[in-house]
Write a protein that binds this ligand. Structure first.
Ligand SMILES: Nc1ncnc2c1ncn2[C@@H]1O[C@H](COP(=O)(O)OP(=O)(O)O)[C@@H](O)[C@H]1O
Ligand SMILES: [Mg+2]
Length: 360
């Protein structure tokens, strides 16, 4: 029987630790257990304070590292309790609090030593820095997994992960894979919603549908140099920040119109990536929390009229678990001494084994 791996993911939205216990058997993904542990508002505030540079002193960062290590270990232990045997390894992405590949660093919190010690399971962390050391972006890392599990000889397809930041993987049937961060996924939508409502996000994009898109303003946002920059490229919340948005608004807009425009911004940057680089894409498979945003999905569909826009559920993995599965897969790559990065995606000078292995 194929060995089981645990994947743990907490993305830039800092909404939850998502975990899966999964095995990979000849291209088949067999999910044995899933666990999503919401991140408490107070923990999320500490994460965003450090992300935004408001409280990034070493003591605050290290204390957060300890608390996140426990959150990751808690999630892993709940999964392990439902398995017949210990998994072979845990792959923990960690919590990104800074991503500056151009300066040679990216920072993910969550200690592999801690998680390995608490769970008794070898744990792989720090997946991104080896790629950055080779001159790469260190991101996105999910395309190698998408290619392995979702690649097709019969059709050009794209996988789009809509987290805080959105990224695409373009899988042409007869050419090499590419992929990059398209820009904001949910981050600005979440921020703007929270500025004007109680609650965490605009469920199904319903509020966004009450607004009208200001096309001139949308065009202004789309003129940001990131969107036309050639790949490889990756980005984070330090670039697509609250300030990035506020600096582009006059302050006289109706809040719901801004939400509608942000929905179109995410949709347009995703659709452009596909139209410009994989014009014959037959199917686009969405994953990540943004795949639950019905209005956003409809906006992407409207911009890609000749493409079937669906979710990864059709490929056998529910959208919420794709990234966690990717880090379980990357842990397996690490244990087998196989590369995890795709130089055509990240721009690294070569493929390499990713991650640091911590023994319990
Ligand atoms: N029903 C929904 N309607 C609209 N947005 C949703 C819904 N469910 C989840 N989301 C969005 O998905 C985000 C979480 O997505 P996730 O893939 O976990 O992102 P990340 O990888 O950045 O943590 C939430 O912050 C929210 O914006
Ligand atoms: Mg999340």
């Amino acid at each position: 029987m194929a060995p089981t791996f645990i994947g743990l993911m907490s993305g830039t939205s800092a909404d939850a630790v998502d975990g899966v216990a999964v095995s990979f058997d000849n291209g088949a993904v067999n999910i044995q257990a899933t666990q999503s542990d919401p991140i408490s508002p107070s923990l999320r505030e500490r994460i965003t304070d450090i992300m935004r540079g408001r409280d990034d002193h070493l003591d605050a960062q290290a204390a957060l590292d300890v608390d996140l290590s426990h959150a990751f270990a808690d999630c892993a232990e709940k999964l392990i309790a439902r398995l017949d045997a210990l998994p072979q390894a845990i792959g923990c992405h960690g919590q990104t609090v800074r991503h500056r590949p151009e300066k040679g660093f990216t920072v993910q919190l969550g200690s592999g030593a801690f998680i390995a010690t608490r769970t008794g399971v070898p744990t792989v962390t720090d997946f991104r820095s080896a790629d950055i050391a080779l001159g790469g972006q260190g991101a996105p890392l999910v395309p190698a997994f998408h290619q392995d599990l979702f690649g097709s000889d019969e059709e050009d397809r794209a996988i789009v992960n809509i987290g805080g930041i959105a990224n695409v993987t373009l899988l042409p049937k007869d050419a090499s894979v590419s992929g990059f961060d398209t820009g904001p996924g949910n981050t600005l939508l979440d921020y703007w919603y929270r500025e004007h409502h109680e609650g965490d996000w605009d469920t199904d994009g319903a509020w966004s549908l009450t607004g009208k898109v200001d096309q001139a303003l949308l065009k202004k946002l789309l003129s940001d140099k990131y969107f036309s920059q050639p790949a490889p490229k990756s980005t984070g919340l330090e670039y697509f920040s609250h300030e990035w948005l506020k600096g582009r608004l006059s302050g006289n807009e109706h809040p719901q119109d801004v939400q509608a425009m942000l929905r179109e911004l995410t949709a347009a940057t995703i659709a452009d990536a596909i139209t410009n680089r994989l014009a014959h894409a037959r199917t686009v498979y969405l994953c990540g929390g943004g795949a639950q945003n019905k209005a956003l999905k409809d906006a992407i569909r409207a911009l890609l009229p000749n493409t079937d826009v669906t979710s990864t559920a059709r490929l056998g993995i529910e959208p919420q678990w794709v990234e966690a599965c990717a880090f379980a897969w990357l842990a397996r790559q690490r244990l087998e001494g196989r590369p995890g990065n795709l130089p055509s995606v990240t721009g690294a000078s070569r493929a390499t084994v990713l991650g640091t292995l911590h023994q319990p």
